[in-house]
Design a protein around this ligand. Structure first.
Ligand code: ZN
Length: 398
């Protein structure tokens, strides 16, 4: 700091002061004292105010994040979380095995039985393979294959007919390949792999970051949200809609004990959320994702009843066929990316399950890489789920 300025200023003031008469000196002194006192109060006051504002902002952010996490702990207990993941994967993987066997049978009748046997062998290792991409681990042996055969409607590339044992390496090589000599439904495929990113459980303190990333890469997605009445979340619901993403429902409370206690409980929760979203955004959502997926076994009400009720209400529900795995504790960012990328070549319509939650920072960090990698694949297109999107369900009761 240059000290010459205040010294020169003081000297010039002294010279000015000595030239004054007595009365002027008194007035000058009085003014100088008052100014000094005012400044000595004002400067620290300003500093205090600035610090207080900054402290308040960081406290608000901390409080929001804590509330977010508390909400998830309360609504989404560890046991339920585990159950949701395991149960959904069980049905989903069983379906994969059946589809793989069916495609195999078309090419080489009789081989399917052997494949099923192979699959059930692998299923013994299901627990140890838990870290793998969910769609790759085999289904459990006791899964009712007939159920899966009747209900699962999503399609699968025949190149992946090693299905139950598929490896990430193979998937990588198969990325971008197009079906060559497949069955009837393959002929209808227009060659575009449609990618539907879906985010469950939001809004949260991560939603804005997710929306920023989607915006940056020009990607539209689907948010299956819950009901959060805190005013902090209101602009977030609105932004999801304003940014052109699809707003889907994922139950108001996300409490299994309430949502799945009875048909009445389910209806009340559903309409509470539908109305809440309409009041918050002006959107009357007709899209639903069951907490735990349609294959959950937590529900005390037959899931078929709930599915039929949704149909009556004109609401369409979606599950997923690729899970990034962010609901499993300890999954690294690289694993999340790998889980998604290795799953994409398997389907023409990829409905990817991700979570929008305060404690899922890895998901946010993995998102740009996931988007960039998929955008780098040939003939892929990101889309939000709409009325015309191919239905992807673990269990379909139509
Ligand atoms: Zn959920």
């Amino acid at each position: 700091m240059d000290f010459r300025v205040p010294v020169l200023y003081t000297l010039s003031m002294l010279s000015f002061y000595t030239k004054m008469d007595k009365n002027k000196r008194i007035r000058f002194l009085r003014k100088a004292i008052l100014t000094a006192v005012a400044l000595s109060c004002l400067i620290p006051t300003c500093i205090c105010v600035i610090l207080a504002i900054r402290y308040d902002r960081s406290q608000t952010r901390l409080k929001q994040a804590s509330e977010d996490i508390a909400w998830y702990r309360e609504h989404y207990g560890e046991k339920e979380l585990e159950q949701e993941d395991t149960v959904a994967r069980k049905f989903f993987d069983a379906a994969n095995v059946v589809l793989a066997a069916e495609s195999e049978e078309k090419e080489e009748p009789g081989k399917a039985d052997a494949d099923k046997e192979k699959s059930s062998d692998v299923s013994d290792d299901t627990m140890t393979e838990d870290e793998k991409e969910p769609s790759e681990s085999s289904g459990e042996g006791d899964s009712p294959e007939t159920d899966a055969k009747e209900t699962v409607v999503y399609e699968k590339d025949p190149e992946d007919d090693d299905g139950a044992e598929g490896t990430e390496g193979n998937d990588g090589e198969e990325a971008g390949e197009t079906p060559a000599d497949e069955g009837a439904d393959k002929e209808e495929w227009d060659g575009i792999r449609r990618i539907y990113l879906t985010f469950d459980d939001g809004p949260s303190s991560s939603t804005s970051d997710i929306l920023d990333i989607l915006d940056e890469y020009g990607v539209k997605a689907t948010f299956f949200v819950t009901g959060k009445e805190d005013s902090y979340y209101q602009p977030i619901y609105k932004r999801i809609v304003d940014d052109g993403h699809t707003l889907g429902m994922h139950s108001f409370s996300h409490k299994y004990s309430e949502v799945y206690a009875s048909l009445d409980g389910f209806q009340t929760d559903l309409h509470k959320l539908q109305t809440f979203l309409y009041e918050s955004t002006g959107v009357w959502s007709k899209l639903y994702r069951f907490p735990g997926g349609s294959s959950n076994t937590v529900s005390k009400v037959d899931m078929e009843k709930l599915a039929k009720y949704l149909e009556l209400e004109g609401i369409v529900y979606y599950d997923w066929n690729i899970a990034c795995g962010d609901d499993r504790a300890g999954t690294t960012m690289d694993q999340l990316i790998s889980n998604v990328i290795s799953g994409v070549p398997r389907y023409h319509s990829c409905v990817i399950l991700m979570h929008d939650a305060a404690d899922k920072k890895n998901t946010v960090e993995a998102l740009p890489e996931i988007i960039k990698t998929i955008q780098g694949m040939e003939n892929t297109e990101f889309l939000p789920i709409t009325d015309t999107t191919e239905i992807v369900r673990h269990r379909d009761y139509r």
